[in-house]
Design a protein around this ligand. Structure first.
Ligand code: ATP
Ligand code: MG
Length: 721
């Protein structure tokens, strides 16, 4: 195997295969590359069976890339090796043995919208108002319990104060409902795997024996549950290699705990620790800027990182009057750069998804191809959700959450009264709607409706059989035909129905891809649904042409020749929420470090003097992150100082002088798709899409006169009508 392309420290990391190993190093120093080569080295030189190797990556895309790179490095098919994300690894483990925990092996995985409807149901049952208790906030409380491996009973026992008590009770209800539905949310995948390992010694022992060599990328962003999982798996052989960079920890809001990487030496006192200090990705200019910025964080160990790529061009700064002008400035630059670079080599990074709209507008006008990353948007469209619900029910008949969605879609005369009766009976049986239907005759449901219910069951049972020998594409066709869904859309002559049909067609490109990769097998449907559920932030970045647009969070681990960072304004980035909180501010600064270090050759930093965002016009000061970059690294715009703003160069060292503006928030208002709303400036509209959570929740709203807009739920001047 050829290892000539590695430096001394990298080589040491590749060859230290026995015992715990920590590679702590800055961005672009080859950590991921070391992991890939190490896996190949184990297979090729050490003749370790691929079966005994586990590699955990942060995203599916990274997993695929690693698989490809390993395939290329050695000439053997290493398919038996587990290269996967935490979540998909856990799906595989649970799929085999979750029955020990009482769940059905054909369990479903809930998406965020499903989770919300479960919480809303609980609130309704408890006569609580969703305006007072935001389902998304409750879900984030539940998520943090799970990330810390706190079970409902423990949460209840330890709750202090009214809200704590209430939310821990809701957590318990939520978990019981999921159990009854044989449904898991994302955090369950990890928590239940650990529970399974704790409960069934033999299962844990099987995986401990199997995974003799364990690798984890982006270790700084593991949460407590993930940390526990890795520790359990590695206990037998202790051949565990983790790589990470504490300066790139950016997922605290999802429970990531930077201590995991800092405590590695404590957990494994015999660990070898290797530092990599050469950066192969970015020019010296770019790296100097990144190092200067991160140097402002106080809670960090300083480290050396030098560029191996030469000086490079200065970093360009763009200052625009407005967000629209910023969009056009980026487009102009993209056009100019396209002489030397492909569109696929360029990416635009922003803090919040909502910022993409202005940039997108400019791209659409100029017809430069672009792609957006991280949108689960397509999958939350009504018709796609419906189809997925059918597939989920076929796979897991106990999944009431999906069943309720399709029981009368298309309309087949099964009314809410009937559904309520079935629900009540299901609860009595401690079972599912699917089972309750079998007793429909005795529940006082009109005979006509009973017949309809029976024929629905018939259709679903038949489809279940078909799912065992059909390709996914064929199965989707059958589902749409047999359930009457296709008829419903085809007989509807509206434009909307036509676009729904197109979306369903588009869905089949996904199933076709899946079919190409897999021979028909009877667990196809399960595999397909798991893959769909685990679509991650970075899926959608591919090598095809087009400029990539994504949030800085989604860009982690990736690299592009050309990077634009937009919206470098106080209040946007760093965002308002964190401007006055030192800990949070340091997390934002790490995010800036991640963003800067994605660039290989060319970097542009951009800001607008005024910006319309979230329904408000703002004049923001230049981001402190921009002022933390030494001026000699910056190429300032012609005839303009980057400080040309009404406010002169701000100094933040002594703390912000400006008082926090009081922002109107809609914290108490909970929006749902389809809600009619009214906006101070844009007038009346309808919510068409909801993205993100907590303070970052964004609403896509189609306004009657102003057209489609994307707004931050908590900040836009919005009222429900
Ligand atoms: P991040 O912290 O952003 O995840 P990383 O440390 O994982 O970065 P890699 O993505 O592995 O870094 O490597 C960055 C770039 O440098 C890649 O293009 C990689 O191929 C290249 N690279 C790494 N090591 C070497 C080397 N020894 N010789 C040539 N190129 C290298
Ligand atoms: Mg990496």
């Amino acid at each position: 195997m050829d290892l000539s392309g590695m430096n001394k420290e990298q080589l040491q990391a590749v060859k230290t295969t026995e015992g715990p190993l920590l590679v702590m190093a800055g961005a672009g120093s080859g950590k991921t590359r070391v992991l890939t080569h190490r896996v190949a080295y184990l297979l090729d030189e050490k003749q370790v069976p691929s079966y005994n190797i586990l590699a955990i990556t942060f995203t599916n895309k990274a997993a695929r890339e690693m698989q490809e790179r390993v395939d290329k490095l050695i000439n053997e098919d290493a398919r038996k090796m587990w290269i996967s994300t935490f979540h998909s690894m856990c799906v595989r483990i649970l799929r085999r043995d979750i029955a020990y925990l009482g769940y059905d092996t054909s369990f479903s995985i809930l998406d965020p919208l499903d989770q919300q409807s479960v919480v809303k149901d609980i609130l309704k049952k408890r006569n609580l108002d969703t305006k007072q208790h935001n389902p998304r906030s409750i879900l984030s409380v539940i998520s943090s319990y799970k990330n810390q491996l706190i079970k409902p009973d423990q949460a209840i026992a330890e709750a202090a104060g009214f809200l704590d008590e209430l939310y821990s009770e809701i957590y318990k209800d939520y978990q019981e409902i999921l159990y009854r539905n044989s449904a898991l949310d994302f955090d369950d995948l990890i928590m239940l795997t650990i529970e399974l390992f704790e409960k069934e010694e033999a299962v844990l022992s099987y995986y401990q024996t199997r995974f003799q060599y364990i690798h984890v990328d982006e270790y700084q962003d593991t949460n407590h549950a993930q940390y526990r999982l890795v520790k359990m798996l590695a206990e037998k052989y202790r051949n565990i290699c983790v790589v990470g960079d504490s300066d790139q920890s950016i997922y605290k809001f999802r429970g990531a705990d930077i201590q995991n990487i800092l405590n590695f030496e404590r957990d494994y006192p015999e660990a070898t620790i290797i530092k990599l200090e050469e950066n192969y990705r970015s020019t010296k200019m770019i790296l100097d800027a990144a190092n200067a910025v991160i140097d402002n964080n106080t809670e960090r160990k300083p480290k050396n990182l030098r560029s191996n790529k030469g000086e490079g061009a200065k970093i360009e700064v763009n200052v625009s009057q407005s967000e629209r002008e910023e969009g056009h400035a980026i487009v102009a630059k993209v056009k100019a750069l396209s002489e030397d670079y492909k569109y696929g080599d360029m990416a635009i990074l922003y803090r919040a998804n909502a910022q993409s709209r202005a940039i997108e507008d400019a791209f659409v006008k100029s017809s430069i191809p672009y792609k957006m990353v991280g949108g689960t948007k397509f999958y939350s469209r009504m018709e796609i959700k419906d189809l997925m619900s059918y597939l989920k029910v076929i796979q897991n008949p106990f999944d009431d959450i999906s069943f309720e969605r399709i029981i009368n879609t298309p309309k087949r005369g099964i009314g809410t009264k009937t559904v309520e009766k079935l629900q009540a009976h299901a609860e009595q049986l401690n079972s599912s709607i699917y089972d309750a239907i079998r007793d429909a005759d005795f529940l006082g449901i009109p005979q006509k409706t009973v017949v309809k219910l029976m024929s629905l069951l018939d259709v679903l049972d038949n489809l279940k059989e078909k799912s065992k020998y059909m390709s996914m594409t064929d199965l989707v066709d059958e589902v749409l035909a047999d359930t009457g869904y296709l008829d419903m859309l085809q007989s509807d002559k509206t434009l909307e129905a036509r676009s729904r049909l197109e979306n369903l067609e588009e869905f089949k490109t996904v199933t076709k891809e899946f079919d190409q990769e897999r021979p028909i097998a009877d667990d196809n449907l399960f595999e397909f649904l798991s893959e769909m559920a685990l679509v991650s932030d970075q899926d959608g970045v591919d090598d095809s042409s087009g400029v990539t647009m994504m949030t800085m969070h989604a860009s982690k681990g990736l690299e592009f020749k050309v990077i634009f960072i937009v919206g470098l304004e106080e209040g946007i980035f760093p965002s308002k929420r964190v401007m006055f909180d030192d800990k949070e501010l340091e997390e934002e600064r790490r995010l800036m470090y991640v963003a800067l270090t994605r660039a290989m050759d060319y970097l542009m930093l951009s800001r607008a003097e005024s910006r319309m965002l979230y329904g408000r016009l703002e004049n923001n000061m230049m981001s402190r992150f921009l002022s933390e970059i030494p001026e000699e690294l910056l190429e300032k715009p012609a005839n303009q100082s980057i400080f040309s703003n009404n406010n002169s160069s701000p100094s933040f060292k002594t703390g912000p002088k400006k008082k926090a503006r009081i922002i109107q928030t809609n914290n108490d208002v909970d929006f749902s798709i389809g809600d009619k709303v009214s906006h101070k400036v844009f007038g009346d509209g309808i919510v068409s899409q909801i993205k993100g959570e907590g303070d970052n929740t964004e609403l896509d709203i189609v306004f009657k006169t102003a057209g489609p807009k994307r707004l931050l739920a908590n900040y836009a001047p919005l009222e429900k009508r």
